[in-house]
Structures are given as structure tokens and as C-alpha cells.
Design a protein around this ligand. Structure first.
Ligand code: BG6
Length: 452
């Protein structure tokens, strides 16, 4: 493994931070928990606005805001070399007046300083499904181009403040997930009579420009800063040898990669440009120029599963096992995805999420999560094979450093962490942190990798 390889883990503000009373609301603060219904809310908050009062797990998260010192101590004990977290725009600017809140800024100063004191590289995501609620409500999120200016002000403020200590910046979490969760990623909801694809393309156009602004702002302050945008890397296999399945697979891959194509290559692929035209988005020459001048330094990828293309609508890959939550388990797909991304972009890749979300059981105060260790080990092995193939991977950040509120269901019991958090789906629990077996396994792995 290369010297300086970033062995680490990830968390996000909307899932961890809590501290709701000292900040403005984010979009996920308004979404109740619900195993079967939550994804509908993530797409259309109109449902919750008319829906029943529920339990809103992101308002507490796992109290990282109050417990960050204790948590970072645990990360340091594990030996993490990097931690990715998101800054909450709604903590820096509590409301639409956009007056910076010194207490909010100071909070992330402390988090960053604490990480650095513990020899952990801080990596910031500017929006991780946690855009301020008012941006979504007042502007319909990024579907409105005025939000680019607001985003510029937000990122200028945090880059100015933290650039001396934070080298790696990620604009958005899993930008391609807007294909099926437009509200959660872009803060936008189609109005009645509005075509969803039209809104999605408008949103994409503006987010791609916003990303380019983050690149520009970072590089203007310090050309050594590195900027990425995260894409959910989900390789797609055709179910059969039918040309129809193959064509569907290509469509699927294009719809997922089209955003990164623009941000990494600085130019719209022909089919995406055509789509923009079809959906009435006014593509301006000056914007194309700006995009071409401000491209990503690295590609941030998450990897959990692969998908299937089939004209029959079949979604279940007969060759692969699934997690308790129905996600395919496909370590080899990780190697395939890393190779595909590197071939496509020829830029360093930072793996920013990979992990197993499942139920854990506490037995006599311990959590024997061998299934998580197996999952992670198999994926790391495949990443190493991809590196032997020649892929330039600069770091591996698992999801997640500790248990947190799951995105798809809002559940706590779908756990990903190395550190168990005593918090239940209904909000009960002490929030006590307990080291799982995987904590010691990752600690040993990092230590051995450092010495190798
Ligand atoms: C990624 C997100 O999509 O997957 C995380 O960036 C999320 O926020 C993770 O938690 C796992 O998904 P889920 O829905 O199981 O929490």
C-alpha cells in the first residue's frame, strides 16, 4: 500500500450530529422514520407535510455535536487516518438571512482541530443529503439557479475558514442518487403538472455549476486543495445476453455517470446535452466554459452493491446473496466499478463509503460482528486487486465510523459502524458507545497496513 494511503471512515452531519436546537433545520430533519415509507418522503416531502406527526431521528442523530470529543478519541484509538464528515450549512447559516454563526463555525473548528491533534485527516462534504430546509422550501432547492449564489456564499465561508487545515473537499454526496431521490439530493420537488425529468435536469445543471464553483473557490484560495464529488458506484449487469438487456445496462450506467462525466471531464457527453435540450434547459456557452475550466481533482466513490438490467423487470441477481435489507453482496463488483471509474476518468479515486448495514446484537456487553468483518475484508481484498490492476486509489473510508441514522429507513437498528451506539429505532437508549469486534479488526488492519 502506498505511503499516505487514507485508511479511514465516514459519517455525515444529518445522520450523526443532532444538536437541533443550536442550528437551522435540514431537509432530513423534517423526514420521519419509516421502514417502508421513508423513501417516498425522501422524494416528496409534500407527503410528510400532509402526513402524520412522526419521530424525526435526524434531529438527535447520535449526538455527535455533544460527544464529538469522546467519538474522536475512539476514532483515534481505532487508528483512523482520515475522517469524512459533512458540515451542516444550517449550522453555519441558521436561516435565509445567511449571516454566519460564529458558534457554528467554531464547532467545526473544534472538530477539525481535534481530528488533527489525533493525526486524523479531516475530509469535508459540503452537502450530504442535509441541505437547509429553507433552501428546499423557498427555492425548491437546486432546481432554482439562485441557489448557486447561496451555495457559493456558504462554501466560500467554510473554505476561507478551514482551508488551512482541510485539504480534501467533496461537494455533494452521491449526486447520481438524485435519479431516484431528487428531494434528498437536490432539495427539489416537481410541482403539480411539472415533469419530474425536467426538474431533475434543471437541478443537475445547477448542481454541476455549483460543484465547479467549489473547485474554483478552493483552487483560488490554494491550488493544492483537492476537490471531489461523490458518485454512488453501482455496476450494472445485464441479466441475459439479450441486446435489450445490454442496452438497458448502458442506459443505467449513463444515467449514473453523466454527472461525474461533466464534473471530471469538464464537458457534457452528447446524450446528456441532448437530454438538457429535450427538457428545455438553457445550456449557456459561458457555463460550458466555466465547467471546462473547473474540473474535479479526484473522484469520490461509494460502493455497496451492484444492480441488474433486465427487460423483464427482474431486479434480483440470481448469482448474488443479499443483506438483511435486500442489498446484493458483490465484492467483485467493487473491483469492476473501480476499474470502470478509473478507465473513464483517469483521476485518483477516493473510496468514501463502503460497508454493511445490518442488525447487531449486544451479548454480555459485546458485539461479535464477524459478518461485518467478512464483508469489509472481502471488499478491501477486491480494492487491492483493483490497485494491482493499476487503479490509482488514494484512500478507503468505510461507512460508517459509528452507528448512525440510516438514510433509506431512518432506522438505528440498520447498523454500519465499528462503534455501537445504544439508541433504538423509537429514540430510546442511552447513546452509550460500545466497541464492536470490527473495531479491533479495523484497528489491527490499519496498524499492519501502516507498517507494511
Ligand atoms: C449512502 C449514503 O447512500 O449510503 C449514506 O451516503 C447512507 O448517507 C449509506 O447512510 C447507507 O445507506 P442506508 O440507506 O442504509 O443508510
Amino acid at each position: 500500500m502506498k505511503k499516505g494511503f487514507l485508511w479511514g471512515s465516514s459519517i455525515s452531519g444529518g445522520q450523526c450530529e443532532g444538536g437541533f436546537s443550536s442550528r437551522g433545520a435540514t431537509v432530513v430533519d423534517k423526514i420521519p422514520q419509516g421502514k417502508t415509507t421513508r423513501f417516498k418522503y425522501l422524494n416528496d416531502p409534500g407527503i410528510y407535510m400532509s402526513g402524520p406527526e412522526g419521530f424525526y431521528p435526524s434531529r438527535d442523530g447520535v449526538e455527535f455535536h455533544a460527544r464529538y470529543k469522546e467519538d474522536i478519541e475512539l476514532y483515534a484509538e481505532m487508528g483512523l487516518k482520515a475522517l469524512r464528515f459533512s458540515v451542516l450549512w444550517s449550522r453555519i447559516f441558521k436561516d435565509e438571512k445567511m449571516v454566519p454563526d460564529e458558534e457554528g463555525l467554531a464547532f467545526y473548528d473544534e472538530v477539525i482541530n481535534e481530528l488533527i491533534r489525533n493525526d486524523i485527516e479531516p475530509i469535508i462534504t459540503t452537502i450530504h443529503f442535509d441541505m437547509p430546509f429553507w433552501v428546499a422550501e423557498k427555492y425548491n432547492g437546486f432546481s432554482n439557479d439562485e441557489v448557486i449564489e447561496l451555495y457559493k456564499k456558504y462554501v466560500q465561508t467554510i473554505v476561507d475558514r478551514y482551508h488551512d487545515r482541510v485539504k480534501y473537499w467533496i461537494s455533494f454526496c452521491e449526486i447520481n442518487v438524485m435519479n431516484h431521490a431528487l428531494y434528498m439530493v437536490g432539495g427539489a420537488v416537481p410541482k403539480e403538472n411539472e415533469d419530474r425529468e425536467e426538474v431533475l435536469h434543471r437541478c443537475a445543471y445547477n448542481m454541476l455549476l455549483a460543484n465547479a464553483w467549489l473547485v474554483r473557490i478552493c483552487h483560488d484560495i490554494d491550488p493544492a486543495l483537492k476537490v471531489g464529488c461523490e458518485v454512488a458506484g453501482t455496476p450494472c449487469y445485464p441479466l441475459t445476453s439479450s441486446p435489450i438487456d445490454y442496452e438497458l445496462m448502458i442506459k443505467n450506467e449513463r444515467s449514473n455517470n453523466r454527472y461525474t462525466d461533466v464534473m471530471a471531464k469538464g464537458k457534457y457527453p452528447y446524450y446528456f446535452l441532448k437530454e438538457m435540450d429535450d427538457y428545455g434547459v438553457d445550456v449557456k456557452e459561458e457555463d460550458l466554459k466555466f465547467l471546462s475550466e473547473n474540473t474535479l481533482d479526484f473522484i469520490a466513490v461509494s460502493y455497496y452493491k451492484s444492480s441488474l438490467a433486465s427487460h423483464t423487470g427482474e431486479q434480483s441477481n440470481p448469482c448474488l446473496e443479499k443483506t438483511a435489507f435486500g442489498w446484493t453482496i458483490d465484492p467483485q463488483g467493487f473491483r469492476i466499478m473501480l476499474n470502470n471509474m478509473y478507465e473513464r476518468y483517469e483521476k485518483p479515486i477516493l473510496v468514501v463509503e463502503n460497508g454493511l448495514g445490518t442488525y447487531d446484537e449486544v451479548v454480555d456487553g459485546q458485539i461479535h460482528d464477524t459478518y461485518r468483518i467478512d464483508y469489509l475484508q472481502q471488499h478491501i481484498d477486491q480494492m487491492k486487486l483493483a490497485m494491482q490492476d493499476g487503479v490509482d486509489v488514494i484512500g478507503y473510508l468505510s461507512w460508517s465510523a459509528m452507528d448512525l441514522v440510516s438514510t433509506s429507513e431512518g432506522m438505528m437498528s440498520k447498523r454500519y459502524g465499528f462503534i455501537y451506539v445504544d439508541r433504538n429505532d423509537d429514540g430510546s437508549g442511552t447513546m452509550k458507545r460500545i466497541r464492536k469486534d470490527s473495531f479491533y479488526w479495523y484497528q489491527k488492519l490499519i496498524c499492519e497496513e501502516q507498517e507494511a
